[in-house]
Design a protein around this ligand. Sequence first.
Ligand SMILES: *Cc1c(COP(=O)(O)O)cnc(C)c1O
Length: 355
Amino acid sequence: MTSLNRLAPDQLPRPDFASIPRYSAGADAEVDLSDNTNQWGTPPAAAAVLREGLDVSRYPDMYGDSLKRTIAKMAGFGPECVVTGNGSDDVLDCVIRAFASPGDTIAHPDPTFVMLPVFARINGITPVPVPLAADFSMDADALLATNARIIYLCSPNNPTASPTSVDTIRRIIDNARGLVLLDEAYVEFTGLQGFLAEAPGLERVIVCRTLSKAYGLAGLRVGYAAASAEIVEIIEKSRGPFKLNRLAERAAVEALTTDTDWVAARVREAVASRDRLASELVAMSLPPLPSSANFLLVPTPRAFALARSLRESGIAVRPFRDLPGIGDAFRITAGPWPVMERALAALRAALRDAT
Ligand SMILES: *Cc1c(COP(=O)(O)O)cnc(C)c1O
């Protein structure tokens, strides 16, 4: 920040940027269980695309048309109801910018996806945190009572892993004053359909998904959303062209078509591994919250110390400070069982050392 002192007053950044954090996660670990990516790797057909030596001397398709068509066919609506982006982060950012003016509010469950309030503030929008209900689901009445311009929902929610019932989500959709932005980053792990197919018919709803979690393409940055054609057209104005690169689009189409069996099998393994990890953690007096996603949130006052010890064993998990209604906690991604055993062994050693 000291370099800012050398800038003339007319060269200074927006004053509100002073309090907006630059995202920083831990450095690379040998085993990264910190961000809920696919621990089995890249799906095979998508990986084959990466080896093809695609000519990238030309620009990609402006709005990712082949990916839009693939998703539209999968969901049973027209490609004009799909918007793609450079990860779903990009899609969330574009939605907020397109539908809320500086000074407007966006209500979100608290805790939720850490980037959401950041994207709001970057766009001059005021985030309004709403505590989760006692069962860690989203509190429909409290969210509706904010009367916010946009209500952001995340089910299953990150970092709690808790789902919200279809009825509760429907009630929010039916009664919201403005738009409802539903983030389904982990829907593949729930065994439920989610709201994607319905989104275009629901008028005011935008359903956002990613290929970074179940689909194993976090490094390529591919996300998308479904909504009515009218809403999509507005989001694409704020998105602009060329957000999805040529390679990412090709690999994403392969992952969503050719790799479906591979992805479904890894999702089943992740869910089995998560449940087994949960029972082991209960046995160690570290009970996690109930999870419908590919990760667990483990409330413990020793979250940061345990994360540090795991780190020394080459394993990254994500510690959180003082989450509302939960306190300190760490989040751990479910992966192949041998990896989970390694994490459990490191946790046991850390707990032993501490007593
Ligand atoms: C990981 C995650 C995202 C971001 O996904 P990208 O497509 O990688 O940008 C969005 N929402 C939630 C809730 C997430 O956990």
